[in-house]
Design a protein around this ligand. Structure first.
Ligand code: NAP
Length: 317
């Protein structure tokens, strides 16, 4: 039986599945292992099941024992892993696409609704008490008829588009490549971000964190948006240059943000906490029981498939 290091505690059903498939090393206290601890603990293992909290950079990967043949990431994103370093060391990297798209799209929609309808301020007022209803109390922005820009119209972006369309939003998007007509489903393609941002009353960021997308929202690009636009991010914090966005919020160039992900999680830029219209969540995208089980099971299956066939359909490097 293959020996696998599982760096974070999984939901019980998934740990049971892992025990039937491999000889796993579990993390029963769910301790956040340092990079050197991951290296030490992987001694004698054939693979590692990592989470997005594991920073598998070049230095860490180069120190892994030669017995490690696969890093199976418990996420669809893989910005935490240096894919090239893994490839050079003969390690395949896999992810868990699709099974989390519905849950993450729900949070993507929650961010749009929460930011547009001033949910952060509303929740605070309701908890404090003493609020007074009036015709102009906590007036927000209605979604009906507004333009939603989707940056990264992939699996999650397309699901968000479908729901947003049913709420009366008009969908625009940018990918590096235009989708087929049936996948577009009436959405309007923009071949560059300036063109997309300039028509986005609301933006939903759904693209992966890569060298290309890092800080795509920055001092210059934030000016492309219509005044009073709303920016939401359900993808990864690295795509936003926080100082530029916080400054745009303070100037009211950007009306509100809806954020699930941040640079340096869990230490988000304190500037967001001072902005009343910031609707912020603690990385809840895939956080439903069914989805987390499906993700962990897929991460286990990816390792099993690789050791049985020498390949894996969810290989990303
Ligand atoms: P996906 O199906 O691969 O979609 C990604 C989309 O981004 C594709 O349409 C791709 O189109 C586009 N894209 C990639 N690079 C781009 C670039 N440089 N410029 C513009 N568009 C680009 O991925 P997914 O399953 O929808 O997941 C998307 C991301 O969501 C993941 O990478 C992950 O980081 C994040 N996520 C977050 C949570 C959470 O808990 N908040 C949960 C799940 C996923 P082209 O290739 O044509 O450019």
């Amino acid at each position: 039986m293959k020996k696998i290091l599982i760096t974070r505690k999984l939901i019980k059903d998934s740990e049971e599945k892992a025990s039937k498939t491999f000889e796993p090393i579990f993390n029963s206290n769910d301790e956040l292992y340092s990079q050197s601890k991951v290296v030490d603990m992987s001694s004698g293992c054939d693979g590692i099941l990592t989470s997005l909290t594991d920073k598998m950079d070049k230095e860490t990967i180069n120190k892994l024992p030669d017995t490690i043949k696969i890093i199976s990431n418990f996420a669809v994103g893989f910005g935490n892993i240096d894919l090239d370093a893994a490839k050079k060391k003969g390690i395949i990297v896999t992810n868990t696409p699709e099974v989390l798209s519905d849950a993450t799209a729900e949070i993507g929609i929650l961010l749009i609704l929460g930011a547009c309808r001033r949910a952060a301020e509303g929740i605070e007022s309701a908890r404090e008490g003493g609020w007074k209803w009036s015709a102009d109390y906590l007036i927000g922005k209605q979604l009906t008829g507004t333009r939603l820009g989707i940056l990264g119209m992939g699996r999650i972006g397309q699901k968000i588009a479908r729901i947003a369309k049913s709420l009366g939003m008009v969908i625009h998007y940018h990918n590096r490549s235009k989708l087929s007509d049936d996948r577009e489903d009436g959405a309007i393609y923009h071949d560059n971000i300036k063109s997309l941002f300039s028509v986005s009353d609301v933006l939903s960021i759904c693209c992966p964190a890569t060298k290309e997308t890092e800080n795509m929202i920055n001092k210059e690009t934030v000016e492309y948006f219509p005044k009073g636009a709303i920016i939401t991010n359900v993808a990864r914090g690295d795509i936003i240059e926080d100082e530029a966005l916080i400054d745009a919020l303070n100037r009211r160039k950007i009306y509100a943000v809806g954020l699930d992900v941040y640079k340096n999680e869990p230490n988000l830029n304190p500037g967001y906490l001072k902005v009343k219209t910031a609707f912020i969540l603690p990385h809840l995208g895939s956080a439903t029981k069914d989805t987390r089980i499906a993700m962990a099971n897929l991460a286990v299956d990816n390792i099993d498939e690789f050791f049985k066939t020498g390949n894996c359909k969810n290989k990303v490097n």
